[in-house]
Design a protein around this ligand. Structure first.
Ligand SMILES: Cc1cc2nc3c(=O)[nH]c(=O)nc-3n(C[C@H](O)[C@H](O)[C@H](O)COP(=O)(O)O)c2cc1C
Length: 478
């Protein structure tokens, strides 16, 4: 298990997956340009040792390829992470001793996943309070020329639900407003925002920067509100996340974090946030969001600052999204078991397009699945859903386009509906509200009113295939 960011950097380096950049580079636009080129080339993680204007090195592109994402989770394929979660989700009353022992082991691994509070944490080796707090010490990037300013891009923002005391960890960009304040861009549908809505007066917040990759990923995971992201991180790591009490807030923070920002938001204290270039590849406009006041910065000695660029896809966050797509498939299947597989193409910025294959069992089944997806957590943002039969490989875009487009009578097979829309969508008629489209690209049944014969797909006679196989080399074609 990778315990913290440093062990992760060391692992990346051993695996030939990290390049140290010793030249001075400006976090204002220059880092983005270098990272943009590196990500598109499938290149390495980058540790900028001399970001201009800061003594703190900047790590970026740590998640930028499938291989690194698998290294982060210690698996061969992201589906292996999903399999680990399935073992919990599909736990049945065991029959027989062997199954009971297996069941107990699984339950124990879950019980051991809860974060553990410890007395001391390296994240508090350096403690800055009062006038010493200066966010200007951090190499915070300004990514795109039209951005409103620098913003922290890879934070794990820790809040509590004032009603239940339950913790939430989310990843929300934080525009630096001054030495001791940032904006907090939690969108209207997010759990951090819900904690804020239920708060009266002052809300304490802690922000962890520079974590082991699984804990960092968990902040972006669309978990149900009552599930603690840090517990899921502990389960996926196979070791609990250790926490230590904050210095100026009554919240626990990851003990091994590189940097922690502590502070508060006063309800109703809003600022203009944005515009910022976002992962749609377009700028999202300025809006009102709460102001986060920083009461302390705590750090490790020789801290490293983690960053990420969001922009025209594909960028590094594509792999955070793909991890979510794969890891959440078993949980989605728990609710919608007829789903065989799905793909959220990176170019669709995840919420714009879902291609889903199903075992069709009754008339109108494809429409049932669309509505189930629109009712499922953050999958509610899905703008277009294409439903295909189980024989379509949804990971093969050409196959999807071929079969789906052949199978539809658009006027009959397209389902429009209205509902919540991703806050970043710039085309919906209103912010956060607009229309969605589902395409039923399954084979049509007579029970659905389709009375024409459905044609068979082309397939060569197997005896001819075998004959040509035997002849192939002699033909001199390749
Ligand atoms: C790099 C990155 C940046 C993100 N920035 C934001 C953001 O600024 N605001 C937001 O609401 N969600 C943002 N997200 C998505 C949230 O992190 C994600 O929806 C998460 O599940 C929210 O957690 P919550 O539901 O516990 O609030 C970002 C995700 C990534 C990977």
């Amino acid at each position: 298990m990778v315990r913290d960011l440093r062990e992760w950097i060391a692992l990346l380096e051993r695996e030939g997956e990290l390049v140290r950049v010793s030249a001075e580079v400006d976090p204002h636009l220059e880092v983005t340009e270098i990272v943009d080129r590196t990500v598109r080339a499938g290149g390495p993680a980058l540790l900028f040792e001399r970001p201009k204007g800061s003594a703190i090195p900047l790590l970026i592109n740590q998640f930028g390829t499938e291989r690194r994402m698998c290294l982060a989770f210690g698996v061969e394929s992201l589906d292996d992470v999903a399999a680990k979660l399935s073992a919990i989700l599909e736990l049945q009353p065991p029959e027989g001793l062997a199954a009971k022992v297996r069941g107990l082991k699984t339950l124990k691994s879950l019980a051991d996943s809860r974060p553990k509070v410890v007395k001391r944490g390296v994240c508090q080796e350096v403690v800055l309070q009062g006038d010493d707090v200066d966010l200007g010490r951090l190499p915070v990037q300004t990514c795109w020329p039209g951005d409103a300013g620098p913003f922290i891009t890879l934070p794990a923002v820790i809040t509590r639900d004032p009603r239940t005391g339950e913790r939430n960890v989310g990843m929300y960009r934080m525009q630096v407003l001054g030495p001791r304040s940032t904006a907090m861009h939690w969108q209207i549908h997010k759990d951090g925002r819900a904690d804020y809505l239920f708060t009266e007066g002052r809300m304490e917040i802690a922000v962890a920067l520079g974590l082991d990759p699984i804990t960092a990923y968990s902040a972006s995971a669309p978990l149900p509100k009552h599930i603690d992201e840090l517990m899921v991180a502990g389960f996926l790591r196979g070791e609990p996340v250790e926490l230590v009490k904050g210095v100026t807030v009554d919240l626990e923070v990851p003990a091994d974090a590189e940097i922690v920002l502590e502070g508060y938001i006063d309800k109703g204290d809003l600022t203009t946030e944005g515009p910022f270039g976002d992962h749609t590849g377009f700028y999202t406009p300025a809006e009102q969001f709460p102001v986060f006041h920083v009461t302390a910065i705590t750090m490790r000695q020789d801290a490293v600052y983690p960053s990420i660029v969001v922009g025209k896809p594909p960028q590094e966050d594509a792999w955070l999204g793909k991890a979510t797509e794969r890891i959440f498939l078993p949980a989605v299947k728990m609710t919608v078991p007829e789903i065989v597989d799905y793909d959220l193409p990176v170019a669709g910025a995840f919420h714009n397009l879902v291609i889903v294959s199903i075992k069709k069992a009754f008339p109108g089944h494809a429409r049932k699945v669309m509505h189930a997806i629109w009712g499922l957590g953050q999958a509610m943002f899905s703008k277009c859903i294409v439903v295909v039969d189980e024989d379509v490989d949804v990971q093969n875009f050409n196959e999807v386009a071929w079969k789906a487009l052949n199978n539809i009578d658009p006027e009959r097979d397209i389902q429009f509906t209205m509902g919540p829309i991703d806050s970043l969508d710039h085309a919906s008629r209103l912010p956060n509200y607009g229309s969605k489209m589902g395409i039923d690209a399954t084979r049509k049944w007579s029970a659905e009113g389709f009375t024409r014969p459905w044609p068979a797909m082309l397939k060569q006679d197997p005896t001819v295939v075998a004959r040509i196989d035997a002849l192939w080399k002699k033909l001199g074609i390749e």
